[in-house]
Design a protein around this ligand. Structure first.
Ligand code: NAD
Ligand code: WQD
Length: 352
């Protein structure tokens, strides 16, 4: 089979860098475009090191998707078999305060990408959607047929992009599009060389726990202890980032199915874990005590969210392999080797 070339937008980021590595190891050629707004070129360097003899199969362009001319140039220089589109801003709280920044970056960037793809005859796409499109699910597990809603501008950008994808497929049936709804990605590559490195104070649970463990933050606030759950704390479906990355390879394979149009798949484990269970697993993996402060619920949070995994298992032939112990082990391995992520103590709080 001919070697496939994939354009990965946002490939220097957390999920993108892990996916790029799995693509290289799987024999793909990869072109990454990223404006490095929330990432570091060091991630690309480390991916190359981990890719061994496949390291020559990656090229990187620092560009913003909204720079149509720069994107055009990349599409003119190579023919892409498919695009995996990760690039976007993802901080829920920030999106509430700066909605226009989110609509501009996520929507305009995506529209320009789709226009340039169409102009160059590349109509195969895998898009990073999110479990956030289920809003506050009335029941669990969340199946792909659940009603969709958005609780904040970030979530609305995901919902709008999903709708754009359905519309462009309805208008032109040669598009083949897979929308992947990720649940809660955590962990890092087992080498400890690449992992999540958020700018500023982390919003998500595990990056926060990690920074408490390495001494960068004093305590973890547990948001809500009165949920109707086993221990009163919120329940989520945490998924190892390497499993998630492999889900993208499965999705790329599925794009070769002549019957695929615009399809959506959950990527989760199907298992729910509470905040306190996750903290305990991380304490065991790291042998560090995480000091906790119990506080009220975080506005907007759902009580219990976890995935129905049947559709991805049946149609993508993909299933998550790792459990929370492996997620915490690998997250700690990354954190202990890189307490300041890809940077240093001096530049760790750099803000957008
Ligand atoms: P990330 O911030 O680590 O990666 C996103 C990358 O996109 C960054 O490297 C950033 O610099 C780049 N980028 C942003 N805007 C850009 C633009 N206009 N042009 C070029 N590059 C741009 O985030 P991540 O966790 O790896 O998430 C990847 C995707 O998955 C995002 O679309 C996110 O919304 C989605 N997602 C993430 C999660 C999660 O919890 N991490 C859950 C569900 C969905
Ligand atoms: C997990 C649990 C918190 C931080 C978010 C986005 C969603 C998706 C994934 C992109 C909840 C609790 C958290 C803390 C805590 N991202 N928590 N103390 O809220 O499920 O989803 O990330 O698409 O769109 O909304 O993930 O990691 O923020 O929270 O107690 O300091 O941890 O209340 O129960 P969430 P999270």
């Amino acid at each position: 089979m001919a070697v496939k070339t994939v354009l990965v937008t946002g490939g220097a980021g957390y999920i993108g860098s892990h996916t790029v590595l799995q693509l290289l190891l799987g024999g793909y050629k990869v072109v990454v475009v990223d404006n490095l707004d929330n990432s570091s070129e060091t991630a690309i360097k480390r991916v190359k090191e981990l890719a061994g003899k496949s390291k020559s199969n990656i090229s990187f362009y620092k560009l913003d998707l909204r720079d149509r001319a720069a994107l055009e140039k990349v599409f003119s220089s190579k023919k892409f078999d498919a695009v995996i589109h990760f690039a976007g801003l993802k901080a829920v709280g920030e999106s509430v305060h700066k909605p226009l920044v989110y609509y501009d970056n996520n929507l305009i960037g995506t529209i320009i990408l789709f226009e340039v793809m169409a102009a160059h005859g590349c109509k195969k796409l895998v898009f990073s959607s999110s479990a956030t499109v289920y809003g506050w699910p009335k029941e669990v597990p969340c199946t792909e047929e659940f009603p969709l809603s958005a609780a904040n501008p970030y979530g609305r950008t995901k919902l709008i992009i999903e709708e754009i994808c359905r519309d462009i497929y309805n208008a032109e049936s040669e598009w083949k599009i897979i929308l992947l709804r990720y649940f809660n990605p955590v962990g890092a590559h087992p080498s400890g060389s690449i992992g999540e490195d958020p700018r500023g104070i982390p919003n998500n649970l595990m990056p926060f726990v990690q920074q408490v463990a390495v001494g960068r933050l004093p305590t973890l606030k547990v948001f809500g202890t009165d949920y109707k759950t086993r221990d009163g704390t919120g329940i989520r479906d945490y998924i190892h980032v390497v499993d998630l990355a492999d889900g993208h390879i499965a999705a790329l394979n599925k794009l070769d199915d002549p019957n695929i149009g615009c399809e959506v798949y959950n990527l989760g484990t199907g298992k729910g874990t509470s905040v306190l269970e996750m903290v305990k697993a991380f304490e065991q993996a790291s042998e560090k005590k995480i000091p906790l402060v119990m506080v009220g619920r975080r506005p907007g949070d759902a009580e219990i969210v976890y995935a129905s995994t049947g559709k991805a298992a049946k149609e993508l032939n993909w299933k998550a392999k790792y459990g929370i112990d492996e997620m915490c082990r690998d997250q700690w391995n990354w954190a202990s080797k890189n307490p300041y992520g890809y940077g240093s103590a001096e530049n760790s709080s750099k803000k957008r």
